[in-house]
Design a protein around this ligand. Structure first.
Ligand SMILES: Cc1cc2nc3c(=O)[nH]c(=O)nc-3n(C[C@H](O)[C@H](O)[C@H](O)COP(=O)(O)OP(=O)(O)OC[C@H]3O[C@@H](n4cnc5c(N)ncnc54)[C@H](O)[C@@H]3O)c2cc1C
Length: 607
């Protein structure tokens, strides 16, 4: 499986994420925790790709900390009602099955832990919300999911009530292994592109590939690929043999793969120079797609903090995994010692932090970063001597030196630590920037995701929006420099809307060949129609025109004939009004040339 994920990660990270969300976050909870009935019904559809599965845990108030979930299951009859909002759920809008995670409330409204339910596409109360406009991963949808009193029973449960975090954990651990495999594929792709360009490109020092900066980065990348690939492969082999892998190992996959892929993608853009910034050269897409891997399925910092706390608290599972699973006892011993040193440094005095709590968290974070390097080192160092390739030996040195460097940094005052201050002072320092740059708020217009009101099924909706349409369109043409030319179809459409709005005619009853009189148009409303039409078209019309041309079709055809000529007159009038002052200042020759240009422009409008 991980080989396939690696290949997809190399070809297209979005496609890879799409496949991983479906097969791992989507299907795995059903496979491992679903009822027999649910599996029988859905697994064949999901396995053949006839339906997609999604995973919805994140909420506006709960992302990296899923224990803060506020969506809930409220007891109701024999089952529960689900209420809440999920955001950024990958593939949810396309999915036939969505795994949702909610707080399980008892009859007194007290939380009994987190539960997981599988919801089918058309479940009552399950409503798909808007798609998020993401920086990358543009080939798949990430959208909001609303739970409006969704009725569920035992049959929808994944696992036992209150044990949903176990279900999520099981899927996410495997997901994190996949993210590392995808990162390996992505890094290999970056390396290929970097080699291709640098071997063909000459710079001031000669061929770009021979430059020491390029060679250092490329060989660092090769070592990174070897280390992460070896870790993923060794974990996958343990799983294939039916062995168990501790949560810390999956965590290290997620903290290492995406960070190293991000460096590779950034180096790729840099090495390609201007070409790296050009969209068609793929590097920008790789950079954008790679960026999210450091955030979703647990941001690096959150996971480092967790990993560090496990190391500082002497996780036996991790020690066992490094020693027995990876065969690198010396690395585990070294990690334990290093974690002890970090803890000692930050518990003897909380400095540079004001409180011991902050110092402890910082110690966990540093120990987590160190543990990531230790686990990578163990993966390559623990490979049998006989099976060790040259690149594996190089990766052993590379990971060991990274570990040493990180430890040295963790045990001394770093530049950032030397300037760290508490939250209030930090906020005040940043607050002072308003004096130089003001308080900036920028917004970006989002994309439309709703069907235009005028295209919606119900007339009542149309009626509401027609007001907006009319107000905008009624701006007389001579008040605006915008020139619009109407054909018979657009005039027909306008009249249809006018009849819907003013005579309350249902759109389906309007026939463009029918007489206006058949819609109940009397002499007064006929004049109103002529007046509104005249304003919209920006030209004089006879008040009796609706009697002379008595159907939508005949009137539209008559008006369309005269519109282009009439508009050309308006254009001329506007141009002459606007430029009359300018003209006085021109020589006769300049006036002639200018008139010639204007006429050419008007002719181009009429073509
Ligand atoms: C493209 C995309 C696809 C997604 N797909 C899905 C999906 O399919 N299903 C789903 O449920 N969710 C999905 N998510 C949501 C994703 O999993 C969350 O964005 C992620 O878990 C982080 O949560 P948050 O954004 O609320 O960040 P927050 O919780 O607000 O955290 C913000 C930042 O704070 C820092 N931070 C957090 N905790 C700590 C800590 N302990 N120590 C130090 N720093 C810390 C980190 O830098 C973190 O990035 C997706 C998100 C994106 C962008």
């Amino acid at each position: 499986t991980m080989r396939v994920v690696e290949q997809l990660g190399a070809i297209d990270p979005t496609l890879c994420a799409f496949v991983v969300v479906h097969n791992i976050l989507g299907i795995r909870p059903l496979l491992n925790y679903g009822s027999k009935q649910l599996k029988k019904e859905l697994l064949p559809l999901l396995a053949t790709g006839r339906e997609l599965a999604a995973f919805a845990i994140t909420e506006p108030g709960a992302g990296s900390n899923p224990r803060a979930l506020s969506a809930r299951a409220i007891p109701h009859g024999q089952g529960w009602r689900l209420q809440g909002t999920k955001i950024w759920s990958g593939s949810a809008a396309w999915a036939g099955a969505i795994n949702v995670f909610v707080q399980q409330l008892d009859v007194k409204g007290k939380s009994r832990g987190i539960s997981s339910f599988l919801l089918r596409r058309d479940t009552k109360g399950l409503r798909q919300g808007p798609e998020a406009l993401t920086m990358g991963m543009r080939g798949m949808v990430q959208n909001t999911v609303f739970l409006d009193d969704v009725p569920v029973t035992d049959e929808n449960l994944l696992g036992k009530p209150g044990q949903g975090m176990g279900v999520a954990q099981d899927a996410m651990m495997y997901g994190r292994l996949s993210v590392a495999a995808a990162s390996v594929g992505g890094m290999k792709h970056c390396a290929q592109l970097m080699l291709r360009y640098s071997s063909r490109r000459g710079v001031f020092t000669g061929r770009l590939l021979d430059n020491p900066v390029t060679l250092t980065r490329l060989n660092g990348l090769i070592a990174a690929i070897t280390a992460v690939e070896t870790l993923v492969t060794r974990i996958a082999r343990i799983l294939d043999r039916g062995g168990s892998v501790p949560v810390e190992a999956y965590t290290a996959c997620k903290t290492s793969g995406p960070e190293l892929l991000w460096q590779a993608a950034d180096n790729l853009v840099q090495l390609l120079g201007g070409r790296g910034y050009i969209e068609t050269n793929i590097a920008p897409q790789i950079l954008r797609d790679a960026r999210v891997l450091r955030i979703f399925e647990g941001p690096t910092e959150t996971l480092n903090m967790f990993l560090g706390s496990r190391v500082i608290n002497d996780s036996e599972e991790l020690h066992h995994f490094i020693c027995q699973g990876l065969g690198a006892e010396a690395v585990s011993v070294r990690l334990k010692e290093a974690a002890g040193q970090i803890r000692a440094r930050l518990t003897s005095s909380p400095a540079p932090f004001a409180h011991q709590g902050a110092a402890n968290n910082w110690a966990c974070f540093l120990a987590g970063e160190l543990a990531t390097w230790a686990i990578l080192q163990a993966a390559v160092a623990g490979v049998d001597e006989s099976a060790q390739s040259e690149s594996c030996r190089r990766a052993v040195t590379w990971t060991r030196l990274n570990f040493d460097q990180k430890l040295a940094q963790a045990l001394s005052l770093s530049p950032n630590e030397s300037v760290v201050d508490n939250a209030d002072v930090t906020a005040q320092l940043i607050g002072n920037y308003t004096e130089t740059i003001g308080e900036i708020e920028q917004t970006l217009a989002g994309e439309d995701y709703e069907l235009d009101k005028l295209l919606q099924l119900h007339d009542s909706q149309m009626g509401k929006d027609i007001n907006i349409q009319f107000d905008k369109e009624q701006t007389p043409i001579h008040h605006s420099l915008a020139v619009s030319f109407h054909n018979s179809q657009s005039i027909e459409n306008w009249m249809r809307l006018w009849l819907i709005k003013n005579l309350k005619i249902a759109s389906k009853s309007i026939d463009s060949g029918k007489s206006f009189a058949d819609y109940g148009l009397d002499s007064l409303t006929a004049v109103e129609l002529a007046t509104d039409l005249s304003e919209w078209l920006g030209r004089e019309l006879e008040p009796t025109i609706a009697w002379n041309y008595s159907s939508i079709k005949s009137l539209a055809e008559y008006l369309a004939e005269g519109t282009s000529t009439a508009n050309a007159e308006v254009v001329k009038a506007e141009i002459s009004e606007d430029i009359s002052d300018e003209v006085k200042k021109l020589s006769e020759e300049e006036v002639k040339t200018s008139i010639k240009d204007e006429l050419a422009e008007i002719e181009s409008f009429l073509i």
